[in-house]
Design a protein around this ligand. Structure first.
Ligand code: FMN
Length: 62
């Protein structure tokens, strides 16, 4: 499961790259979700979660 927040598209592009790479591994099933759309069920069913967001003033976006 790759979950991301992206305002201008850079992080989304990287998230899509991570999905593309993970999909090359046999047996791996991937899901891509915006942070605002990821449900508790999505997170519960995932064996692994990769989170991505831009840096805002050396911190996470709210
Ligand atoms: C308000 C604001 C603060 C930022 N602060 C930083 C920062 O502290 N360090 C940094 O490297 N980039 C900073 N950036 C640049 C963003 O992290 C960068 O443009 C990022 O690629 C945006 O990701 P997105 O296209 O997925 O929204 C800032 C951008 C904004 C709009």
């Amino acid at each position: 499961m790759v979950v991301y927040y992206s305002h201008t598209g850079n992080t989304e592009q990287m998230a899509r790259g991570v999905i593309e790479g993970a999909n090359r591994v046999p047996g791996v099933v991937t899901k891509l979700r915006k942070a605002s759309e990821a449900s508790k069920e999505d997170l519960d069913m995932a064996d692994g979660i990769i989170l991505g967001c831009p840096t805002y003033f050396a911190n996470l976006p709210g």
